[in-house]
Design a protein around this ligand. Structure first.
Ligand code: ZN
Length: 483
C-alpha cells in the first residue's frame, strides 16, 4: 500500500480482463483489438499487482522475453513487465502483455529457467487461453461484485476483484500442457536448454512446499499463487522432461545461462517493498507510515499498491487503505467513504460511533446495501493519523451478521508503530555470493536474513541439504538491503 494512491482509484483490472474479444486459434500474430485492450488494461493491472519494478532486472526480463517472442513468431509484439511484488507468479493477458513477479525471479536459477516461464506465458497467448467465458460465470457468483455493479462503487468492485483476479487467470490442465509444449519449442528455437522447463516446474514445486512448511497455519490454507493460476502436478514435470527429450536436443547441449542469470538478479529487492509496507501472515506494518494492524485467525492479507486486501472466513472481504483527513474530521471522512461505496443504491446506514483505539481517535459506521437478489453488510472503521492523514477498513460480509466479533478484533488492532519498531523493518535484497573453500549450505544459510535460513537457502538455490558446494560456486542469499 502506498500513500499517494489510496482513496479513489481506478476500477478492477480483473473486470477489464474479463471482457475482451478475440477470434481464431493458434494464430501467432496479435490482433488489433487485443493489442488495444491489452494497452488499456496494462496500467490497471500494474496498479493492482504492485506496480512495475524498474531497472536492470526489468530490462533483462524484457530482453529474454523478446528472444522468445521472436522464436514464437511474435517479434516486437509482446510487452514484458517485471511486477514489484514478492508473490511468486507469472501471467499473460490478451494483446501479449506478459508479467513476471519479483518473487518469481527470486526462485529462478538460470536464464533458461526464466525463459521457460516467459515461453510458457507466450504459449498461453498463442493458443488463446484467455478463458473469458469461465471468468464471467465465476464473477457472477461473487455476491459482493453484484452489489459493486449496482452501486457502481470502485471500492466494492476492487474488494470483489481480489478474489476474481486469481480465478480470472486460472487455466485447465489441458491448457497448461499445451503451453508447456509450445514453450519448450520456443525455448529450443531461441537456443535455450529445453530441459530447464522441467527444472523450473520443480523450483515452483519446492517453493510451494517451502511456503506450506513455513507460513502460519492460517496462511497454509491459501494456495500459492502460481498453483492457483497454473496447476502444478508431478506428472507435469515428468511430461515437460519427455517433451524436451522429444525435441531431439540432448540434456545440457544448449546453454542454461546460470552465471548470466545470477549476475542479473544480484541486488534485486526481496520480500515486501518497504514503501508498500510489510505483510507478515495476519500482521501488516508500514515502517514509513508507522502504522500497523493484526487480523484475527483465519484471515489472510494481500499487499497491493492501493490497499491491503483482506480475506476472512465466511466470505468476509475487505480492504485497508487511507487518505487525507478532511476539514470535517473523521466523521466527514467516514461519510465520504460511505457515499463513494453506496452511490445511489438502496442502503441503510447506521449511526457513526466514535471511539478511541490504542489511544487513536476512531469512528465506525455499519451499512446494509440491498440488491434484488441479496444484501451485503458493510462495516467502515476509520482512524485519525498524527499528521492529518486518515486510515480505514472497509469490510463486506455477504448476508450474515455473525462476523461482528472478528470485525471488533480487527478494528481494535490498529495502532501506531514506535520509532524503534519502524526502524527494525528493513528491506531485504538478493546477494549472489561465491562459496569459499569448506563452505557448507549451513554456513551460507547462516548469512541469510530469514526466519528459516537453511530451508530458505536450499529452496532459493534448488539444492538438497547434502549437495556439496564447490569453492567459487555462486549461490543466492537474502541479506538486509544497504549492506
Ligand atoms: Zn500456465
Amino acid at each position: 500500500m502506498r500513500f499517494s494512491t489510496m482513496l479513489l482509484v481506478a476500477g478492477s483490472a480483473a473486470l477489464a480482463a474479463a471482457c475482451g474479444d478475440r477470434g481464431g486459434t493458434n494464430d501467432p500474430s496479435v490482433g488489433a483489438d487485443d493489442r488495444r485492450l491489452g494497452a488499456e488494461q496494462h496500467p490497471q493491472l500494474l496498479a493492482e499487482f504492485g506496480g512495475a519494478y524498474e531497472g536492470r532486472q526489468a530490462d533483462y526480463v524484457e530482453q529474454v522475453g523478446e528472444s522468445l517472442a521472436e522464436a514464437a513468431g511474435l517479434e516486437g509484439q509482446c510487452t514484458f513487465t517485471l511486477v514489484n511484488t514478492d508473490v511468486v507468479n507469472a501471467f499473460a493477458v490478451p494483446g501479449c502483455y506478459i508479467y513476471v513477479t519479483r518473487g518469481l525471479l527470486g526462485i529462478v536459477n538460470s536464464e533458461a529457467e526464466l525463459a521457460s516461464v516467459l515461453a510458457h506465458e507466450i504459449g498461453h497467448i498463442v493458443a488463446d487461453h484467455s478463458g473469458r467465458q469461465q471468468n464471467r460465470s465465476l464473477l457472477r457468483q461473487l455476491g459482493v461484485l453484484a452489489v459493486g455493479l449496482i452501486t457502481d462503487s470502485e471500492t466494492l468492485t476492487r474488494i470483489a476483484g481480489q478474489a476474481a483476479q486469481f480465478f480470472t487467470l486460472r487455466y485447465s490442465r489441458k491448457q497448461e500442457y499445451e503451453s508447456d509444449d509450445l514453450g519448450i519449442a520456443y525455448m529450443k528455437a531461441a537456443g535455450y536448454d529445453p530441459y530447464e522447463a522441467a527444472d523450473m516446474l520443480g523450483a515452483l514445486g519446492r517453493n510451494e512446499q517451502f511456503l506450506a512448511r513455513t507460513r502460519g497455519r492460517d496462511d497454509a490454507q491459501g494456495m500459492p499463487e502460481w498453483a492457483m493460476t497454473h496447476p502444478l502436478t508431478r506428472n507435469r514435470i515428468e511430461r515437460a522432461r519427455a517433451t524436451a527429450a522429444a525435441t531431439g536436443v540432448a540434456d545440457n547441449a544448449l546453454p542454461e545461462g546460470q552465471l548470466d542469470y545470477l549476475r542479473a538478479v544480484d541486488g534485486l529487492l526481496y520480500g515486501d517493498d518497504p514503501s508498500q509496507g510489510f505483510v507478515d501472515g495476519r500482521r501488516f506494518v508500514h515502517p514509513v507510515m508507522r502504522i500497523g494492524f493484526e487480523a484475527p485467525p483465519g484471515f489472510t492479507l494481500t499487499n497491493s499498491p492501493q490497499a491491503i486486501l483482506i480475506d476472512g472466513p465466511g466470505g468476509l472481504r475487505g480492504e485497508f487503505g487511507g487518505g487525507r483527513l478532511p476539514p470535517g474530521g473523521l466523521e466527514a471522512y467516514v461519510a465520504a467513504l460511505a457515499r463513494e461505496i453506496v452511490g445511489d443504491a438502496p442502503a441503510e446506514a447506521g449511526a457513526i460511533a466514535h471511539a478511541t483505539v490504542n489511544g487513536i481517535p476512531a469512528a465506525t459506521l455499519p451499512l446494509l446495501i440491498r440488491t434484488p437478489e441479496n444484501s451485503v453488510r458493510l462495516a467502515i472503521a476509520a482512524y485519525a493519523g498524527a499528521g492529518g492523514e486518515a486510515y480505514h477498513f472497509i469490510i463486506a460480509a455477504p448476508g450474515t451478521a455473525g462476523a461482528q466479533p472478528a470485525l471488533d478484533e480487527l478494528f481494535g488492532s490498529f495502532r501506531f508503530l514506535s520509532a524503534e519498531e519502524a526502524r527494525s523493518l528493513r528491506p531485504r535484497r538478493i546477494a549472489v555470493v561465491a562459496a569459499a573453500p569448506g563452505d557448507t549450505a549451513q554456513a551460507l544459510a547462516g548469512r541469510m536474513a530469514s526466519d528459516h535460513p537453511l530451508d530458505h537457502f536450499l529452496m532459493l538455490n534448488g539444492r538438497a541439504p547434502d549437495d556439496p558446494l564447490s569453492p567459487g560456486e555462486r549461490v543466492k542469499i537474502v541479506v538486509p538491503a544497504g549492506r
